[in-house]
Write a protein that binds this ligand. Structure first.
Ligand SMILES: NC(=O)C1=CN([C@@H]2O[C@H](COP(=O)(O)OP(=O)(O)OC[C@H]3O[C@@H](n4cnc5c(N)ncnc54)[C@H](O)[C@@H]3O)[C@@H](O)[C@H]2O)C=CC1
Ligand SMILES: O=C(O)CCC(=O)C(=O)O
Length: 411
């Protein structure tokens, strides 16, 4: 099943609960605009390469469209469309005044020099600057991009439209960024993991965790949860998994990765395992925080964790989701679990519009407050209506977007 088809499946399950008619379903699921562009780039060795980039603006009923920019070799239009639609429901679940969008360039970010990344980013902005903007569509980091790319986006956009830092979020703190945006997705994953454990009557000190992916999201989630007294027994990156039953020293791993181009290979005091095996460890909580589609029909029955927190977008296929749900596995869905990133982006954007900067404490406090509210809304409604957390999160998101469409009118 293609990625967008999978999101549509979840969408229709929730739309059935809401009794939405076919016309409204078609309106809500169809992207408003899709832009595919050529990005010609000269590599450092002089060769010319033509890359493809996409920006999908899924729905803007609740506000400017918002979503990250991914540099990854698997990026294609279907994936970007799926991720853009997830953003629409995510911003609605956490109730921030945005719609949903996503962008991507089909390229292995790790194969690029800094100069090449800058070149590609600026060329991409050259191609899409007319359709993005602080009131229309606001990019942010996703896999393979970070604060450097966001600074280049701001700068390149400014060459066409004048200085306006609110065109992009996830910028360096020294350049109109937000203290706390970089950690926000992982911190949010941590906060929501603790909320989930609390509802299940589990104490953090009794809990073991495995986290796949040690980039922005995975490393900050690991840090937050180990500081909260959870035992992080496995972490990984694309080079493999790293296991220690007594618990990994997460800060040592963070320092190691920082000095090793973001990679964990060579980390001492741990056993090397395969990424696939990490997913099947007998842990209390599994946190996929890397690519999508890692838990499928093929490995769902082998997953032992009774709780899965979807830090990555779409890490579980619908067939696997059904198998796990039937087994009673508690799954906190991506559109809630990783919503801390876009929520902090909202704070950054709001402050850019005021040329004002909050303190880190205030950012964390507001972030925790909004995420807690969204979590409680989803958890309580799920129990009341007897629906999975995923279907409930979709119901809540779709309901808010549909209401905005009805109130604003479409004709
Ligand atoms: N950065 C953000 O603010 C947000 C990110 N997300 C999602 O979180 C996930 C991770 O994003 P980031 O941490 O930003 O990306 P990143 O690029 O900072 O890190 C990705 C990590 O995943 C690892 N990885 C890549 N391919 C892998 C594979 N095949 N198997 C195992 N590990 C692999 C990489 O080595 C790296 O450790 C993505 O699904 C993204 O869409 C969701 C919300 C916001
Ligand atoms: O911070 C943002 O605006 C978007 C983050 C994102 O791409 C996501 O939540 O998947």
């Amino acid at each position: 099943m293609q990625a967008f088809e999978a999101v549509q499946l979840y969408f229709h399950r929730a739309a059935d609960e809401l009794g939405l008619d076919d016309a409204m379903r078609t309106l809500l699921i169809t992207p408003e605009r899709e832009v595919t562009v050529q990005i010609p780039v000269r590599r450092d060795d002089g060769t010319l390469e033509t890359l493809i980039g996409h920006r999908v603006q899924h729905n803007g009923a609740r506000g400017p469209m918002k979503g990250g920019l991914r540099y990854h070799p698997h990026v294609d239009l279907d994936e970007v469309r799926a991720l853009a639609s997830l953003m629409t429901w995510k911003t609605a679940v956490v109730n921030i005044p945005y719609g949903g969008a996503k962008g991507g360039v089909t390229v292995d970010a790790r194969s690029l020099s800094r100069n090449e990344r800058e070149h590609i980013t600026r060329k991409f902005v050259d191609a899409i600057h007319k359709v993005i903007g602080p009131d229309s569509d606001i990019p942010a980091p996703d896999m393979g991009t970070g604060h450097e790319e966001m600074a280049w986006i701001m700068n390149q956009y400014g060459k066409y439209h004048g200085f306006n830092p609110g065109v992009v979020t996830g910028k360096p703190v020294e350049l109109y960024g937000l203290p706390g945006r970089e950690e926000a997705t992982g911190r949010g994953v941590g906060v929501l993991t603790l909320k989930t454990l609390g509802r299940l009557g589990r104490k953090p000190s009794q809990v073991s965790l495995a986290i796949q992916g040690f980039g922005n999201v995975g490393s900050h989630a690991a840090k937050f949860l180990s500081e909260a007294d959870c035992r992080v027994v496995a972490i990984s990156d694309h080079t493999g998994g790293y296991y220690r039953e007594q618990g990994i020293d997460v800060m040592q791993a963070v320092r190691h990765a920082r000095n090793n181009k973001g990679l964990l290979d060579g980390l001492e005091g741990v056993e090397k395992i395969a990424n696939e095996d990490l997913l099947e460890l007998p842990v209390d909580v599994l946190i996929p925080a890397a690519i999508g589609g890692v838990i499928t029909e093929a490995n769902a029955t082998a997953i032992e964790a009774p709780v899965i927190i979807e830090a990555a977008n779409a890490p579980i296929t619908p067939a696997a989701d059904d198998i796990l749900s039937q087994r009673g596995v508690v799954i906190l869905p991506d559109i809630l679990a990783n919503s801390g990133g876009v929520t902090a982006s909202y704070f950054e954007w709001a402050q850019n519009r005021q040329f004002y900067q909050w303190s880190l404490d205030r950012v964390r406090g507001e972030l925790d407050r909004l995420l807690t509210q969204a979590f409680d809304d989803v958890w309580e409604r799920s129990k009341k209506q007897g629906l999975s957390l995923r279907t409930t999160a979709f119901v809540l998101g779709i309901e808010r977007v549909a209401r905005a469409v009805e109130l604003a009118g479409v004709a």
